[in-house]
Ligand binder design. Structure first.
Ligand code: AMP
Ligand code: ZN
Ligand code: FE
Ligand code: FE
Length: 285
């Protein structure tokens, strides 16, 4: 049976492979449908559609928006939206601008720690308007200040580390509303990041559902069997759609592969129809 992958990053945000390259990996892995879900940007979608037509891979329009509740970051995936919607484009541009406010502050901190890097160098390396910490990590690897992206995050970039600077993030309700206004379905990415489980997660998901959340990313590269089962149960209990994806980034998450994650990820193509149906309903409501 064929598989799908609904969470992938490209060079249009902080992934290290182009959309065409990601699709070629997907083709090799037997993926028949996928969503490019770059952070705060949809510019990789046309290239994905073009290569998808060549390889026979269906492209689901996607995006990933970071939001926060207090100090907890929740990432909201958008699917099947009109990715050319002008209002959504405007929102995403504002989110990218907030990255350009934060990133130079991170660079200043790194410079004050004695590291010789500039934001110009990061922007050149990134080659896209959606610049993230993984790009900074890659520059630190190139300059041999760290040995891996994990090393860069552990030593400098993660919350609580000396070069961490918070970014101004929207509330999840806002991200959900923007996706839905463009005719899309909003899904909570990698629910482990919510740092709650059991009743706490049930309450959070119920709140997000009341705000318009349509689904939960049950299948994910780093989820344990127990977590996957818990999220599946919650999805059933709350009548939320089930989605899944690898969160492939290339060199900043070197263990994760397109379609198979850490090796045992398998997202069924059967999840696709309910997602598309929900988007159609969103369009007509
Ligand atoms: P930003 O969007 O600039 O806040 O950067 C956050 C992104 O960095 C996340 O979406 C992940 O893709 C990536 N990331 C976070 N922690 C790590 C880590 N320890 N190693 C590699 N990548 C990470
Ligand atoms: Zn990322
Ligand atoms: Fe994410
Ligand atoms: Fe992601």
């Amino acid at each position: 049976m064929s598989r799908i992958d609904l969470h992938l990053h490209t060079t249009h945000s902080d992934g290290s492979f182009s959309a065409a390259e990601v699709l070629r990996f997907a083709h090799k892995a037997g993926v028949t449908a996928l969503a490019i879900t770059d952070h705060d940007i949809v510019s990789g979608i046309p290239e994905a559609i073009a290569t998808g037509a060549e390889l026979g891979i269906e492209i689901i329009p996607g995006v990933e928006i970071s939001s926060c509740v207090g100090k907890t970051e929740l990432h909201i995936l958008g699917y099947c939206m009109d990715w050319q919607d002008p209002e959504l484009s405007r929102r995403l541009a504002t989110l990218r601008a907030s990255r350009h406010t934060r990133n130079p502050q991170i660079i200043e901190r790194l410079r004050s720690l004695g590291l010789d890097i500039t934001y110009e160098e990061v922007r050149t390396l990134a080659g896209t308007d959606s610049v993230g910490r993984p790009h900074i990590a890659r520059l630190l690897i190139e300059k041999k200040y760290v040995t891996s992206a994990k090393d860069a995050f552990d030593r400098y970039l993660s919350e609580g580390r000396p070069a961490y600077v918070a970014r101004e993030l929207p509330q999840p309700a806002d991200a959900i509303a923007w996706i839905r206004a463009a005719g899309g379905v909003a899904v909570l990415a990698h629910p482990t990041w919510a740092k709650v489980s059991g009743e706490g997660l049930n309450t959070l998901l119920a709140t997000l559902k009341a705000e318009g959340l349509g689904g939960i990313e049950v299948h994910y590269s780093t989820h344990s069997k127990r977590q996957t089962t818990e999220y599946l149960d919650l999805a059933k209990r709350l009548d939320l759609l089930v989605t899944g994806g690898s969160d492939f980034h290339g060199i900043t998450k070197p263990d994760i592969e397109v379609g198979t994650g850490l090796g045992d990820l398998k997202v069924s193509e059967k999840l696709l129809d309910p997602l598309k149906k929900a988007a159609l309903l969103a369009h007509h409501s």
